[in-house]
Design a protein around this ligand. Structure first.
Ligand SMILES: [Zn+2]
Length: 208
């Protein structure tokens, strides 16, 4: 598994280079990585608009590509998928380009999910959906097809052809504990990056 930071570092190093120079620089930077990891970096880079190609979603934000818009504010946009899984399949995405949802600034991530959740409620009410799937796929291996991070909101109806499933297998107690420890140690930092508190403190002295 290659960290997003590493991928970003490589993407930055390749910026402004010719294709040949990019190839040489790329080979140099991924030398220490396994073939699987190299493949992962390539997928993230090409999927992440790192190859210099136009991102269609950024084109939509800029108004260069026509869309069936259902919602827009200064941070996010929501459109109808033109190849919907079911009628009313909505895509919600940040206006700022990020390849993976994990690269998204947390205040935008929070807002993005809030908008997605409200649109999901609207699909129940306006389209008579019996359920919704709110899906984020990170990386090609997870089924991400767009180079721009987005949330799929798929309204569900009796007899539709949507399949989102996996077969769970009983885990060993030791494995669960090892994984739990790894994740929870890092996750301790999640609540430390709460940005609202700071802003409030900053403005406090202005109160007479
Ligand atoms: Zn984009």
């Amino acid at each position: 598994m290659v960290s997003d930071e590493k991928v970003m570092e490589i993407a930055k190093a390749l910026q402004g280079l010719s294709p040949e120079e990019q190839q040489d620089k790329f080979n140099e930077l991924v030398q220490g990585l396994s073939p699987e990891e190299q493949k992962e970096v390539i997928e993230k880079l090409t999927g992440g608009n790192g190859g210099g190609g136009e991102c269609p979603f950024c084109g939509m934000v800029e108004g260069k590509i026509p869309v069936k818009k259902v919602y827009e504010d200064n941070k996010v946009m929501a459109i109808l998928d033109i190849n919907p899984a079911t009628k009313g399949h909505v895509l919600v995405f940040p206006k700022k380009h990020v390849a993976l949802m994990t690269q998204l600034d947390e205040t935008i991530a929070g807002h993005l999910f809030d908008v997605a959740n409200k649109l999901s409620g609207i699909l129940f009410e306006e389209l008579g959906a019996q359920g919704t799937n709110v899906v984020v796929s990170n990386g090609a291996i997870a089924g991400q097809k767009a180079p721009h991070a987005l949330i799929n909101i798929i309204p569900r109806f009796e007899g539709d052809k949507v399949a989102i499933s996996w077969q769970g297998e009983k885990a060993e107690e030791g494995d669960l504990e090892e994984v739990r420890e790894k994740i929870s140690n890092r996750a301790k930092n999640i609540s430390m990056s709460e940005p609202k508190e700071e802003k409030f403190v900053e403005e406090e002295p202005r109160i007479p």
